[in-house]
Ligand binder design. Structure first.
Ligand code: BG6
Length: 474
């Protein structure tokens, strides 16, 4: 692997603490980082190298649902040797001069773990100091979703990016694309030939996508209150889940071919502003940095269709929210029941088969089937045929998405990153739904959201599936 410098703008921020530093630790533990690479952390606060080490140590020991395993001192020490800290204001020329003086490698990744409002200034200053010139190696830029806050602002940002970088240098990151459980959907569908013939309107009744969290917004009120659930996870993570589950087979496994198929799905989604429900959990307005009159959505449910032959008239129901009953993310493909199904009048005999891509927890791909209850009668019961990932929650065999996406950036592979057109297609679908966002329906923490969300699906004679914890149990 080429050696390089990783420059993180915003090393003391939430993203660096929760995702980046733990991912770098895991990479160090697995020997995935070149020994002579450097990580330059940038933030406003003054800190000595000793204080930085202490900070990294503290961050690694914070409670973190995605990073629960043991922190080994010798790995921590090896990682710390790679770190350098630079304090300074984004607009301060000195900062870039200091940066220029310490950069050892021509190969560089600039990770902007900071507010999008600061991007422009950072790009300008990198340019002024020739830091974005690829004359001594490769330069890559990693930026996080959300890219813009609607279609016009996303277009503006995409245009701005192209002023300083070329498209093959820009790694727009939606960490869901780095999830092993999402990537495996492609393998499941396109490496096995037996399932794909069933993934179409002839066999599928409907599709459900759920991203539920049993916790609230924590300390992120300042950000979240400006954004809301639909923009926070709907515009990106959930649309990508749908794209993976519904896209046609790419002609080859390459960035161009995979991205092209994802975009085809995203561009064909039909926004239905009269089929969206917004909710807010009771007590949200009392959260830190949230307006007392806030109408921000902490939950949404929507219905859509994909405008193509394959999924013609197959409804898709998507919901996500905070402070719901359970933390679970999954895609359920609900199959049609054959009218002449034998055993349909037996107990449970009319239950549909459901293919579940469980993104987390109890990660796996499972097929709900009907089986015979052992005994002398024709009694049926639903069971799961299951492929599961982990026998033990503390083994971290599944790479964290940030780890995966950092590796992809180092090797210059953009397959699991969004390009400009893709992000714009996502906003083109979301904007008309945001335009009708009014007062949210209040729901009780610990529930599955407001009753209006149930009504949305029940009007069609269907119900939300209660995510099961009966498979891939640890
Ligand atoms: C982030 C959102 O992008 O994704 C958070 O800003 C959300 O609000 C998170 O909790 C969910 O990611 P994961 O990997 O925990 O499912």
């Amino acid at each position: 692997m080429d050696s390089f410098t990783l420059i993180i703008f915003g090393i003391t921020g939430n993203l660096a603490q929760i995702k980046l530093i733990p991912a770098l630790y895991d990479m160090e533990e697995k020997d995935l980082l070149p020994s002579d690479m450097t990580i330059v952390g940038i933030a406003r606060k003054e800190m000595s190298d000793e204080e930085l080490k202490h900070y990294v140590h503290t961050v690694l020991h914070l409670e973190n649902i995605h990073h629960k395993h043991e922190i080994k001192e010798e790995v921590f020490k090896r990682l710390c040797k790679k770190f350098t800290y630079l304090s300074g204001q984004i607009q301060d020329q000195n900062l870039y001069e200091k940066l220029s003086n310490i950069l050892k490698h021509g190969n560089r990744i600039f990770y902007l773990a900071t507010y999008p409002e600061l991007y422009h200034q950072i790009f300008e200053n990198l340019q002024k100091n020739n830091l974005n010139k690829q004359n001594k190696g490769w330069i890559r830029l990693m930026i996080e979703k959300p890219i813009g806050c609607n279609l016009p602002s996303a277009k503006k940002l995409n245009k701005l990016l192209l002023k300083y970088f070329t498209e093959d240098q820009i790694f727009r990151l939606d960490h869901y694309l780095g999830k092993e459980t999402l990537q495996n959907i492609l393998t499941f569908r396109f490496a096995n030939d037996i399932f794909e013939p069933l993934i179409n309107k002839d066999y599928i009744d409907h599709i459900q996508i759920a991203a539920a969290e049993d916790f609230g917004i924590g300390k992120r009120g300042g950000y979240y209150d400006q954004v809301g659930a639909l923009k926070d996870v709907g515009q990106n993570h959930q649309l990508q889940m749908l794209a993976f589950a519904a896209m046609d087979a790419p002609s080859e496994f390459s960035n161009e071919a995979v991205t092209k198929e994802r975009i085809k799905i995203l561009k064909n989604l039909i926004p239905m502003p009269d089929k969206v429900v917004y909710g807010q959990y009771e007590g949200y307005r009392k959260e830190e940095n949230v307006s007392l009159q806030s109408n921000t959505d902490t939950f949404y449910a929507l219905k859509t269709y994909i405008n193509n032959e394959r999924f013609k008239d197959v409804p898709i129901y998507i919901r996500a929210g905070k402070k719901l009953k359970q933390t679970v993310t999954e895609i359920s493909i609900v199959f049609k029941n054959h009218v002449n199904r034998l055993f349909k009048s037996a107990d449970s005999g009319d239950e549909p088969n459901v293919l579940i891509y469980r993104i987390q927890p109890n990660e796996g791909i499972v097929l709900k089937i009907l089986t015979k209850v052992p005994g002398y009668d024709a009694k049926l019961q639903p069971e799961y045929m299951q492929y599961c990932y982990r026998p033990n929650p503390y083994t971290h065999k599944i790479p964290d998405p940030y780890e995966r996406l950092l590796i992809d950036t180092i090797r210059g592979d953009q397959t699991f990153f969004n390009d400009a057109e893709e992000v714009e297609a996502q906003w083109a679908f979301i904007d008309p739904l945001i335009a009708v966002r009014g007062k949210p329906a209040i729901y009780e923490p610990g529930s599955w959201g407001p009753k209006e969300a149930d009504e949305l699906i029940e009007k069609d004679g269907r119900i939300w599936l209660e995510p099961s914890m009966d498979f891939c149990r640890i």
